[in-house]
Every structure is written in C-alpha cells, then in structure tokens.
Design a protein around this ligand. Structure first.
Ligand SMILES: [Zn+2]
Length: 293
C-alpha cells in the first residue's frame, strides 16, 4: 500500500501537468473503483480547471473551478501514469511495483496541458469522489483524521497528549490515523528505529505524569518527520527523468534501516544488533531489540 511519501510524490508529479490545466476529456472505463464513482462523474469534471492539487493524509485533493474537490485515494495498488511528449512517468512508484497493464486504466484524464493522466488500479481499492469545497470540513473520509505528520501541529506536546493513558503499543498508536494521519507500517518501523524506541513500548510512556512530553517523544517526532522528508526527497529526485516508468523509480527501499531487513545488522552506529521481525496487530514489525527500548 502506498504510504504518505509516495502519495506526496504523486501529488508533486501531477501538479505540473494538472494545475492550471483544464480537463478536456474524462473517460471512466467502469462505474466503480472501491465504491461507485459519483453520478455524472465525467460530466461534472469535463471543462473544469484545476486550481491546485493538495494532499490530506493519503488523499489527493484536486480543487476544481466548478467548486468541487476531486478527492482521490490510491488504495492498495493504484497509480497515476502521466503520458506526455511520448514519454510516460508513474510518480510515487518507488517501493511497490505499480500496474502497467492498460486493462487496469480505469479513469483517464485528458488535460489541456497536453498530458494524459491515467489512473491504473488492478485491485480496485482506490477511490474517487467529488465533494463541494464548502462541505470538505464535514467529509466523512477526512474529518476524523489526526494532524499531518509534516505539519506544525504535529509536535511532541500534541503526540504526548494523544498517547497519554493509552495502553496500546507505541506502534499501534502511531498507526492510529486519529493520532497522526497518513503513517503506515513501513515508516513507523523506520521512525522507531531512528528514535531507538521499541514498537512494543506502551504508548502512554510518551508522556510524563503531568501529561507533558517525555524527551524521547521529541526525538520520535523528529525521527518521523525526518524519515518522511528523506523518502519524499528520494521520490522527488525520481520525478526529474520523465522517461522512467514504474519500478525503476526512486527505490527508497535501499535506504530502509529495518523494514524488510530481517537478519541483517542494525544500522545504528555501535549497536551490533540484528534486525528481527515479529507480527504485531496482524502486521510485520521490524526492529532491533538491542538499541530500541
Ligand atoms: Zn540496533
């Protein structure tokens, strides 16, 4: 499943070809993705301009001149392929291989910028929805989400307050989208290794008795922001070459410290531990029990 850095990289890949451009033609090859597409989907979008493409957690939000916001989610296997000037590019495809079979191109946007943007989704867990801008604050998909991990609102004080009294594991708390939005399994494992915190630690230990953040929480927040920014930077560098297609992009997994590295040496200087894997809340957790306490 694409995580926040991938989605942000997709946003940065779509912005230059969609922002300020008009939808000349919209083709929906089927009436549903994860959910049915909105009624008159193509008709409501065709002819409108995109004034901006934003992101909230793992949702992409395209602001349309009609007053609607096109809310898009990649789901498990969704990707956008941008075809322009004879080259094709799949932004954000830098950990999981993205689909290439055109049979899975479910929605196609022909933009006035000359780009054709195709949404490909073999497993169809992705979604597209049109929401009037004025109603976005009440949108059920978005309104329960916690703060953006890269935003100013997400800091040690906020995280400690959200975790104070929580009996769940630290890993489960960080995956809870109401605590912080958009973090997934990979980057939680990576951030916990950077912060030298065990995924099994009780979440409540991020706060001291007064409710204020423990100093480990400051390091954890810094680690979360750093790992996301590093991954976005790698994805961003992959956007420069428009000839690249899916699979060859970015390859942030070469930078993973623990994720998918069971049996390898922990990268923490002087640690000497071995990366272990265990199952936690049904997901694989990778960590070093020597330096992560
Ligand atoms: Zn270690």
């Amino acid at each position: 499943m694409p995580e926040l850095p991938e989605v942000e990289t997709v946003r940065r890949g779509l912005a230059p070809v969609m922002e300020g451009a008009r939808f000349d033609k919209v083709v929906a090859h089927r009436g549903d993705l994860r959910w049915p597409l909105p009624k008159d989907f193509a008709k409501r979008i065709e002819g409108t301009m995109v004034s901006g493409i934003g992101r909230r957690a793992k949702y992409l939000l395209a602001d349309l001149s009609s007053g609607d916001v096109l809310v898009m989610h990649l789901g498990m296997s969704g990707s956008f392929r941008v075809t322009r000037n004879g080259g094709a590019q799949t932004p954000g495809a830098y950990y999981h291989e993205r689909g290439k079979q055109q049979a899975h191109d479910h929605v196609v946007f022909v933009m006035s910028s000359g780009a054709v943007v195709s949404f490909n989704d073999p497993r169809r867990f992705g979604s597209m929805k049109l929401v009037p801008r004025a109603e976005l604050g009440d949108e059920p998909l978005l309104r329960w989400l916690g703060p953006e991990p890269l935003g100013n609102e997400f800091d040690a004080t906020m995280l400690a307050a959200a975790c104070a009294g929580k009996k769940t594991s630290l890993k489960a708390a960080l995956l809870d989208q109401t605590v912080v939005a958009g973090l997934g399994n990979i980057y939680v494992c990576e951030a916990l290794n950077r912060a030298h915190l065990s995924p099994r630690r009780q979440a409540s230990t991020l706060a001291i008795r007064s409710g204020a953040p423990h100093e480990r929480t400051v390091l954890l927040v810094d680690s979360i922001k750093a790992v996301l920014n590093d991954a976005i930077k790698v994805g961003g560098s992959s956007l420069r070459d428009h000839r690249q297609t899916s699979g060859e992009l970015g390859m942030f997994q070469h930078n993973f410290r623990v994720y998918d590295r069971e049996g390898q040496k922990c990268p923490t200087p002087g640690c000497g531990g071995i990366i272990r894997r265990f199952t936690q809340n049904g997901r694989s957790t990778f960590y070093c029990r020597v330096c992560q306490k």
